[in-house]
Design a protein around this ligand. Sequence first.
Ligand code: BTN
Length: 251
Amino acid sequence: MRLALLAIPAVRSALELELGRRVEYHASLPSTQDRARELGGSGSGPIVVVAEEQTAGRGTHGRSWLAPAGRGLLASWIFRPAPAEGALFALLAGVAVVRALDGLGMSTALLKWPNDVEVGRNKVAGALAHATTDGEGGSLVLGIGVNVHQRREDFPPDLRERATSLALAGHTVDRLALLVRLTRELDRVAGPSERRAALDEWRKRATLLGQHVEVLRDGRPVARGIARDIADDGALIVGDERIARGEVRLQ
Ligand code: BTN
């Protein structure tokens, strides 16, 4: 669990040189996403905000993101200009996560539309994007939470059947190494020339393509059919319908 090394200024400076972005490390913070949005709003350039613990971590659909201190990778990156629409970039972030995990010897992670990373059908990571416009291409704040060292009892009872961690899947992953690889992979999927390859990789690693699914929005079913593909903007094609947002589950 070497993330705390980031508290050492010399380590941070070395990493900043290596990654080409500022690293802001916090032992505890309400939310790295809120902090990065605050920095982005005041014009900050490339930065990654990292925390050992969040007291008000944000998930998608207004949910919370919970992780005991020191067990997850909790980070938010500012991209300026915004590399893509938020929804598309959050989906591409899943590709960055699976590539980073591949690089650390864990190649079994799969992707569930729109932004979930799963291992053995259980969620191990998720991404969240917030865009701002400022007349100069705007910026995009991308937050990722990866369950790294969690034990089963670290998840609330209602999540235990649906969430997992890299450790529970049998992998001891160093969070600092994951942060470095993930930052590189995010910069890679942010490049427009990489877009097609990243979308193709998403398709290859997708859990639900070709399967009969139900799409829910605000908890209510809005579409049913075969999940046929994703469009270039990240929308899910279910039967003849284009689904821009929602949650999807196997029927
Ligand atoms: C999801 O619900 O799947 C997205 C979860 C995103 C969680 C991360 S943890 C780091 C960053 N800070 C937050 O408050 N949320 C994101």
